[in-house]
Write a protein that binds this ligand. Sequence first.
Ligand SMILES: [Zn+2]
Ligand SMILES: [Zn+2]
Length: 350
Amino acid sequence: MKAYQITKWGQPLEEREIETPEPTGTQVLLRVTASGICHSDIHIWDGYFDMGGDNKLSLEDRGMELPFTMGHEVLGEVVALGPDASGVEIGDMRIYFPWIGCGECDVCQRGDELLCLAPRTPGTRYAGGYAEYCIAQHPKYLVPFDGVEETHAATCACSGVTAYSALKKLNFLKADEHLMIIGAGGVGLAGIGMAKAVVNAKLIVADIDPAKRAAALAAGADIVIDNSDAEAVASLLERTGGGVHGVVDFVGAPATTGFAMQTLARGGSIVVVGLFGGAVPLPTASLPLKMMSLIGSYVGNLAEMHELMALVKAGKVKPVPVTPRPLREAGDAIADLRAGKGVGRYVLTN
Ligand SMILES: [Zn+2]
Ligand SMILES: [Zn+2]
């Protein structure tokens, strides 16, 4: 089969002919028909995450070896089952839920597989979806998406469930309070498109790019604001009557998390999702004095994936704009994403 692999960190992906894997045990082989390109793939491609200062989280130190096939928003057709796999049939179309652990330890048993210390995520630990075929570890991770457009359904596996899980952490906000989403890029747009279905609050979207603010308005934002504007903090405090009660920061840069802290109402909560990197000065006394909650949210769990798909099937989630690209353009597509071209998501199709 063809796979589009990292052979050198940060260098153009290489089209390679490799052996099509055979499912063993509980594994299922999918013929990949849609595979989303996620912004975090850029960091994986580079081989590290920026942790602020000069600190880098190296993926090689974490055991990743090249050549490697990225792609964790995988959707496809079941074409072969291992001897112990049951619950799906040949020909079934499924999303492969990627945020999986060993499946056996305590956190995995209670459904928090993303806290497992032995992750088996396709595209970050195991071979992913930038290829013609992909191995899924167990049928329980294969999620139906009946009736939902394939390219949209694929993006639910990462950007969708990431946005859903982050917003769900603020689902206690009230109708007269303000929820602010920072960043209307891929994941942020997914969040804007489902925010009203998850959080019953007024929706403000902050982004420095006018085109993204326009996309946010089209996707359902009540108010948009340019957070790079020198007057933005004062104007937002005034318009909200003292600050926003909940923020989801889909960027996670010092400037955006700092903006969230400056515009937060007393008792407010900030959920940081974005992996932009860097470090932000945090006056520790502001946590108690402002009664501020600073929460990290990373992707989502399998139960949340099923909850999200129920909302999607019910038509309560506005699909993010998707640009399909043929699988063979995987390398160009991720280079275009790095260059900041296009609004929404690229999804490789085959
Ligand atoms: Zn992702
Ligand atoms: Zn585990």
